[in-house]
Design a protein around this ligand. Sequence first.
Ligand code: C5P
Length: 232
Amino acid sequence: MGKDVIVACDFSSAAETFAFLDKFTEEKPFVKIGMELFYAEGPQIVRDIKARGHKIFLDLKLHDIPNTVGKAMRVLSNLDVDIVNLHAAGTSAMMKAALEGLTRPDGTRPLLIAVTQLTSTDEQTMRSELLIGRPLDEVVMCYARNAASAGLDGVVCSPLEAGKVHEKCGADFLTVTPGVRFADGEVGDQKRVTTPAQAKELGSDYIVVGRPITKADDPVEAYRRCVKEFVG
Ligand code: C5P
């Protein structure tokens, strides 16, 4: 898969999601389904969006014992999603079990990527609550390397970290990057943001864009602008 823009469909119902996707009459954006929508509507929402011809990144961030994650991944793989994810903090054993669970009898499987440290966790909290005393960027890179060694396909990270992740884990190791805003747009609650064009320059493989598209007056135009800047 080449570079692409993934639209974060952070809606709470199928009706809202379809009303949004119906605006796209010419293109079929790659869609991210997160916990909110999945828990509200169940696996049928994945089948329905897939049936409309969209690729799907199912962002459920699994984290449990290897056996449980492996079995859950088998179920998600049967849903025919394109990308799924988990927490690298679940350890290499969990990541390997996940890969095994995802792999279909014919050898194919969805791409599997890892969340390193959540961007909502800062170094201070990591030290005081998780008792991890190393610098945050060192922890992120260590988790990324663990994911690469376990055979995963990439990580979710900031575009600002994409270059370093590629340097440490290889050019083919995918960087899927949220925190993207247009130069003239609202930043909202995102802290370290880049534009789609900057994300491209920094080496991101996929940008995940939510509100700059979903809340735009003209979401289709905003999506096209993202694609033009990021994919070219
Ligand atoms: O609306 P916005 O463009 O900020 O949406 C970004 C999407 O990426 C949201 O679905 C958010 O949950 C997700 N995300 C993030 N930062 C991370 C991981 C995921 O913003 N570190």
